[in-house]
Design a protein around this ligand. Sequence first.
Ligand code: FAD
Length: 568
Amino acid sequence: TYDYIVVGAGTAGNVIANRLSANGNYEVLVLEAGVSDDGVLAAHAPFLGPSLTPGTPYDWNYTVAAQAGLDGRSFPYPRGKLLGGCSSVNYMVHQFGSSEDYDKLAKDTGDSSWSWKNIRQYIFKHERIVAPADGHNTVGQYTPANHGTTGTLPVSLPGNSQGIDARVIATTKEQAAEFPFNQDMGGGDVLGVGWVQNSIGNGERSSSSTTYLAEALKRPNVDLLLNAQVTKLVQTGTTFLPPFGPSVPAFRSLQFSKGPGAPVTTVMARKEIILSAGSINTPQILLLSGIGPKADLQALGIKTIIDNPSVGRNLSDHVLLPNIYNVKSGESLDNLLRDPALIGPAIDQWNTTRTGVLANGVTNNLGFLRLPSNATIFKTQKDPATGPKASHWELLALNFWINPGVPQPPAGDFVTFISALISPTSRGFVKLASADPFKAPIIDPNMVTTEFDKFALREAVRATKRFAAGSAWKDYITSPWGGLSATSDADIDAYVRGQSTTVFHPIGTSSMTAKGAKYGVVDPDLKVKGTDGLRIVDASILPTIPNAHTQGPTYLIAEKAAAAILNC
Ligand code: FAD
């Protein structure tokens, strides 16, 4: 028996394990289905990170259902299955979103503690801005006042030039009306294009494992089990909630096992179980435990304990559309990616000095942008952005070929401008395919099925082409690759359907709603509605996807939740 059991040593789970164990008063057990990240080079050398997914032992290796909005294609849906979870395999872009994301969250949940004004304190607890790997002068590339300097997770600006950085920044000056320079997106104002901040310190990936968990494991009151997959929560009784009830089922026990047919262990929590298994596995565990839509559970022979139709629904994700151009030979990173003779010396350099191309993330510049306010779509559709200063799409510049699912061509140099849909209105779901906990659930992000999503991506393609037409690219870009030369609505739509995949940011499957709301999975204190002893702390609780890559918001959720649990 432990005081707290944390399910999943991922991004959020390790924050919880660290903060709850810090005062020494509580015994904490952390259960992780995956393996250790120790000695896994690609989990530590930043630029190698993308090689960890898909199709490796460090990935859950999920695949999405055929996407009706994307020509019926299905594609991998990576999720980290190792210490650190997705924070050990992600692309390390580190940001928090628009202030309007949090203010909307506060308004929608009726709980002002989710407002930007309040949540911002956790940035300073979480983050420690450090010098970039190449030690360059970062004045004018970020705003120090927006960032923590003493927090747990080292974060830095790019540590190696991508070659195209100056072209991106020049374009923000030349086309300032459409692509204004934003010195720092970390202060709640996301609009504009500027320098990325990465979860990298001293040229190494900062994951929740190398930071929060490593610190926690030095304490005698934290136990960690690897290869321990939680298969089911177990009801331990009913609790009469003061002052007037009701009586609700308590879940202070769970079962875990190493795999199909392996022995099952049952463990108890004196205080709480905290589910931090992520946007796919958290709803899977709830459903396996009889918390979910009754009809779905009945169909699989699972006894319903709480009939909650919202579990696993409201899945939302950013859509990734790679727009690729052929460029002048020799200046991109493509040869490095395809030539083992080049990657070897880069690995040696990283091993000895933690510098060079491997010390860096995948992009140095990105930005968040809006559709024009007079866009025709707004005549018929409400603006889905979280506020007037929030974005509809994101632009990322990468000096190499990136096109998930389509292998890098054997020759050629490329630049990829990703346009990502940031305010999607399509919603999907996670459902059980089977009552077997070791079978993958059905994951349907249902991408690009609404008029707004189609419109926004179409206009994002057009805007990206205007960006690439800037004079800074004239001596570099030679021609568009593939269907990017499309100009009509119909042709661009076909290009979008054929190219789009995921930015790997699923949220919403255990959505937080106001206390007493008729839908939703957790209350604003992140306790599972209609239960006792059970909380969810991970990206799945976000009802609306933020204007950010989702690790930063996930860290803030976890810091806030840990503070709330300790104050209980
Ligand atoms: P996770 O970090 O996934 O943690 C869940 C943990 O629970 C995992 O360790 C998992 O193995 C474990 N687990 C699951 N089921 C069980 C079970 N039944 N029993 C025990 N343990 C279990 N975000 C950014 O901000 N920037 C980026 O550049 C970026 N790039 C990305 C690239 C990729 C390839 C991926 C996959 C994600 C990326 N993201 C990025 C998204 C971001 O990393 C995630 O949104 C965030 O880390 C999710 O955190 P989490 O705590 O919700 O889940």
